[in-house]
Design a protein around this ligand. Structure first.
Ligand code: MN
Length: 226
C-alpha cells in the first residue's frame, strides 16, 4: 500500500449498546425544522417543509464526555433529536422500503451556535460554522433495531430541570419520510447518521451544565459543558 504523508485520520466509531462491535460512521445528515412547535419558536413559516444540513463525522462525541464551551459563540444551544443509523445504503428509496435501510437508533444532541446561526440566516449565508463545529454532535450508544420504526417520547434536561419534551409522532417528516427524502439528495451508505430535528424548548447551555437526553427505549445520553 502507498505510504501517506501523515497518518490517516482515525475511523469514527460509535458505540452500539450491548455489542462489542462498533458502528463505523460515514457522514452526518441533519434535518431542520421537523417539529411544528420548534419551527414556530424559530420564527419559521408554517408552510415551509423541513430541509437538510450536515455536520462532519468527526463532530461526534460519545456519551459521558466533558465538552469545552465552543469558541466564537456566546449562545450555545441544545437540540435533542432522534438519530437514525443507516445500515443498508441506497438512492431514491421509497418511503415504504425505508425501514429496511435502518440499522438502529440513538439519541443525539445537535449543539448549535445560535448567535452565528442567526447571523447566517440574516445574511443568507451557510450554517456550517453554526452547526458543524468540533464536538457539536454528542451521541448516545446506538440501539440495534434493524428494519424497525421507533415511537416514544424524547426529553432533555439541564442540571435536572426539564427543557424539552415531545413525542416522536410530533415529527413533520417521520423516519421513513426522512430516509426517502435524504436518499433523493445523496446516495445513502452504511454508516450514515441522520439527526432528525428537534422539538421546541431549545435553549442556552453554560459552562458547568450537565445535560441528560433520553428517548424511550434507547440508551440515555449524558454530557457536561466545561
Ligand atoms: Mn437540530
Amino acid at each position: 500500500m502507498a505510504s501517506t504523508v501523515f497518518p490517516p485520520s482515525p475511523a469514527i466509531l460509535a458505540p452500539i449498546a450491548d455489542h462489542d462491535a462498533t458502528f463505523p460512521v460515514r457522514r452526518i445528515f441533519c434535518v431542520g425544522r421537523n417539529y411544528a412547535a420548534h419551527r414556530a419558536e424559530m420564527g419559521g413559516d408554517d408552510r415551509e417543509p423541513p430541509f437538510f444540513f450536515t455536520k462532519p463525522a468527526d463532530a461526534l462525541v460519545a456519551s459521558g464526555a466533558a465538552i469545552p464551551y465552543p469558541s466564537a459563540t456566546h449562545n450555545l444551544h441544545h437540540e435533542v433529536e432522534l438519530v437514525i443509523a443507516i445500515g443498508v445504503g441506497g438512492a431514491n428509496i421509497a418511503v415504504g422500503d425505508a425501514l429496511g435501510h435502518v440499522y438502529g437508533y440513538a439519541v443525539g444532541v445537535d449543539l448549535t451556535r445560535r448567535d452565528l446561526q442567526a447571523a447566517a440566516k440574516s445574511k443568507g449565508h451557510p450554517w456550517d460554522s453554526a452547526k458543524g463545529f468540533d464536538l457539536s454532535a454528542p451521541l448516545g450508544a446506538i440501539a440495534a433495531r434493524p428494519g424497525s420504526d421507533l415511537q416514544g417520547g424524547l426529553r432533555l434536561s439541564v442540571n435536572g430541570a426539564p427543557r424539552q419534551a415531545a413525542h416522536l409522532s410530533d415529527m413533520i417528516w417521520s423516519a421513513p419520510d426522512i430516509i426517502a427524502e435524504c436518499s433523493r439528495l445523496w446516495r445513502l451508505a452504511p454508516g450514515d447518521l441522520i439527526f432528525t430535528g428537534t422539538p421546541d424548548g431549545v435553549g442556552p447551555l453554560e459552562p458547568g451544565d450537565a445535560v441528560h437526553a433520553v428517548i424511550d427505549g434507547l440508551p440515555a445520553l449524558d454530557f457536561r459543558i466545561v
